[in-house]
Design a protein around this ligand. Structure first.
Ligand SMILES: NC(=O)c1ccc[n+]([C@@H]2O[C@H](COP(=O)([O-])OP(=O)(O)OC[C@H]3O[C@@H](n4cnc5c(N)ncnc54)[C@H](OP(=O)(O)O)[C@@H]3O)[C@@H](O)[C@H]2O)c1
Length: 346
């Protein structure tokens, strides 16, 4: 490599992406690697996994790190100009060894997964704080959700997969790490348009006459945020990185569930109607009671006060108004890319 190319390489900004082998982090890594001004370092527990090797093939520097090990995060964040953070509530929620551990501790798997997600989020924040001085002015981009406990005045106090995120991003960061907090942007993500894969019977229940019913404990008139997580988390985060720090965002298009159902009907040609059901009906429809309670609470909260807790969150159109390109798929465009054969042949 010539000296000129070498010095150009040295000038690259480094973005370190937590969760790079997953949906959100994978989208972020893939977006930033397209910009020659950035070098991308992606974190994973297993650099030998197919997802990690795919990233390496794209030019991402794949580095081993464990969210339960702050030292490994400190090493992985060294030299970062930007850090993208994401935490995963659902892995400890579903893992049989975590369920066994929860039972041993006498807590529900819902609360156990809260504790893991909170602890791992706190570890990311603590490690990021050690490199805060070297981060860009808007260099800590954290994926999060609204605080259901606060936004309902305590009426809902156990929507764990929302509050585990919100209790760290922004609350713990603000309280414990002012220098990092000053460089933080919080990015809320809407319902993934792929979430029907986790809740197939709730999204697309087949009736005896061959038509479909979408069934959630959520008002049919409430606008709900939805995100094409794999295609657009990166686009949105890349746009946010060009803003000043200290703001909170929602990466999503808002549609009511009947509007979502209508988009699906246009895409597939199948007939579908939306039906608001009760919380108890949702729980009863789930193969797993804890999953039913956790997602049932999410739909109740999405109905009142709303998935975003009625927080003032900047959207893609606000980024565009600020002169920043922010391409996003509509829900209909996102649904149109998917293969529905399996659902339609149920
Ligand atoms: N489904 C929805 O509609 C929806 C909507 C909004 C928000 N969310 C939230 O999205 C989050 C999940 O995001 P996602 O879908 O991007 O996750 P994902 O695709 O399941 O990927 C999880 C990522 O986290 C990494 N990871 C997990 N545990 C780790 C550990 N202990 N140490 C190091 N890395 C670890 C994984 O890396 P390796 O496995 O390679 O180590 C992987 O890259 C959840 O918290 C969920 O609540 C979901």
């Amino acid at each position: 490599m010539g000296r000129h190319a070498e010095s150009k390489l040295e000038q690259k900004k480094l973005i370190v992406v937590v969760g790079a082998t997953g949906n959100q982090g994978g989208s972020v890594a893939r977006r930033f690697i397209q910009d020659p001004r950035y070098a991308v370092r992606g974190l994973t527990r297993n650099p030998e996994s197919p997802a990690a090797k795919e990233l390496a093939a794209l030019g991402v520097e794949v580095v081993q790190a464990e969210l339960d090990d702050v030292k490994s995060l400190e090493a992985a964040f060294a030299g970062a100009n930007v850090i993208f953070s994401v935490t995963n509530y659902w892995e400890p929620f579903f893992r049989p060894d975590c369920r066994a551990k929860a039972a041993e501790l006498g807590v529900t798997c819902r609360k156990y997964a809260y504790d893991v997600e909170y602890r791992q989020g706190k570890n990311i924040a603590d490690a990021a704080a050690t490199v805060a001085g070297g981060l860009d002015a808007n260099g800590f981009l954290a994926s999060t959700l609204s605080n259901s406990r606060k936004c309902t005045g305590g009426k809902i106090d156990d929507l764990y997969h929302f509050d585990a995120k919100a209790d760290v991003f922004p609350d713990y960061v603000n309280a414990a790490h002012p220098e990092l907090a000053a460089k933080m942007s919080c990015i809320h993500t809407g319902f993934f348009t792929t979430s029907h894969r986790i809740l197939p019977e709730s999204y697309f229940h087949r009736l005896a006459d061959g038509t479909f019913e979408m069934r959630f404990p959520c008002s049919p008139t409430k606008p709900i945020p939805n995100l094409d997580v794999n295609a657009d988390t990166g686009n949105f985060t890349y746009a946010v990185s060009q803003m000043p720090a200290g703001k909170a965002y929602m990466a999503a298009e808002y549609l009511t569930w009947p509007e979502f159902a209508a988009a699906w009907q246009r895409v597939t040609g199948a007939s579908i109607a939306y039906k608001e059901i009760s919380f108890d009906e949702m729980v009863a429809a789930m193969p797993d009671r804890d999953l039913g309670v956790e997602v049932g609470l999410m739909f109740l909260y999405s109905s009142e006060p709303g998935y975003d807790g009625q927080m003032e969150l900047l959207k893609a159109e606000d980024l565009r108004k600020a002169g920043i390109d922010c391409p996003m798929h509509t829900v209909e465009q996102s649904l149109a890319k998917m293969d529905w054969a399996g659902v339609l042949s149920k």
